[in-house]
Each structure stands twice: as C-alpha cells, then as structure tokens.
Write a new protein. Structure first.
Length: 216
C-alpha cells in the first residue's frame, strides 16, 4: 500500500496548499472590495456582504461547471457567464482601490487573481481525478470476460475467488502488493498480466486502478 498511500499524501498536500492560498487571497480580496463599497456610500453590513456575494458566485459557478464535467458535459452558458462576470468584478474591485501606479495596481490585482487561480487549480485536480476514475472503470469493464464455472476442488488462486471479474482484479492487485520488487516498487502491468494469464493491457489497467485506490 506504499504506492497508494504516497499518492494520497501528495494529493492531500496539494489540496491543502491550494486551500491555504485561496483562503489568504480571499481575505485580502475581501478587504479590498469592502473598502471600495464603503467609499461609494454603502453601509457596513452591505460592504461586508457584497464581497461575499462576488466570491460566492465564483464558487457556485465553478461547482456547477465541476458537476457538469463529472457528467461528461461542458456546462451551461449561465454558469460560464457568472464565473466570468464575478471574476472580472473581483479583479476590478481590487484594482479600483489600488494606488494609481502600475506597481500598485499589480499588487492590488494579485489577491483576486490568486483566489481565482487557486480555486480553479483545485477544481481541475478534482476533475482529473474524477475523469481518471471514470476512464479506468470503463476500460476495466470493457475487458471483463465471461465468468467460468468453478470446480469446487480447484486450487488455482486465480479462480478460487471467482465472484466475477472485479474479484479477479482485486486478487491481481493483492498479488502485486505482495510481490514487490527488491527496490520496493510494484510489479509491472505486464508481470501482473502474465501471472493471471490476461492481456498486457489488462495488467496495466489493474495496476493503474490499484494505485488509484479503486481496488483496496
């Protein structure tokens, strides 16, 4: 389980780093938009709620697009339009309160840019993970073979647990984890395929699914 644990640790560390960047950027961006609202006559409550509505729209639109992506769609025009308009509003508000110089405007624009970029990085990571799981699942499903009647006295470990192809895939992954190379690495997909008398592609897909945590 070393490979799986390492990948999960990297994923969680990346996600945590992105969330920290997004939190810092959101706080600074909130202060800029709050100041802009106060300058233009809004009371304290409105000045506090307006930045939340802008950043909340960015999050809601991104989540809508994420849901559409997970379902194999590109997302509706409304979600894309709200994401673009709210992002521009956040960026514009930050620039509007900046010192009237190039450096001042760049510094003021950075929090909004960082917030949008960090959140989109997180969403892209989620999309890639969801897409990879879907592709691996479809490919493994396409490689499933008809089940074979099992002789109760048969001792072959490849068929002893014959509850269908998924059980065989899990058994293959357990074998791979128990037969690591001297350097601690997992056997190749081709080695897994040879051990279980399947195609090389089947073995490689089993390894990918196992490393991704689908066969734990």
């Amino acid at each position: 389980m070393v490979g799986v644990s390492g990948e999960r640790w990297i994923r969680r560390t990346t996600t945590g780093s992105v969330l920290i960047v997004a939190l810092v950027a959101a706080v600074v961006s909130f202060r800029h938009m709050h100041e802009l609202a106060l300058r233009h006559g809004e009371d304290g409550l409105a000045a506090a709620l307006i930045p939340l509505s802008v950043d909340g729209t960015i999050i809601a639109a991104s989540m809508s697009l994420l849901l559409a992506s997970r379902n194999g769609k590109t997302g509706g025009r409304l979600a894309w339009a709200l994401l673009a308009v709210s992002s521009l509003a956040s960026l514009g508000a930050n620039v509007a309160v900046a010192e009237p110089s190039l450096i001042g405007r760049v510094i003021a624009a950075w929090p909004s840019f960082a917030l949008i970029g960090a959140y989109e990085m997180l969403m892209n990571q989620v999309r890639r993970a969801a897409g990879q799981e879907g592709v691996i699942g479809r490919e493994l499903g396409a490689l499933q073979e008809p089940s074979v009647d099992i002789d109760p006295g048969q001792s072959d470990p490849r068929t002893r647990r014959g509850d269908g192809q998924r059980s065989l895939q899990r058994l293959a992954w357990q074998w791979a984890e128990s037969n690591r190379r001297p350097d601690g690495g997992l056997p190749t997909g081709d080695a897994i395929a040879r051990q279980f008398e399947r195609s090389h592609r089947w073995g490689r897909l089993v390894k990918r699914a196992g490393v991704g945590g689908e066969l734990s």
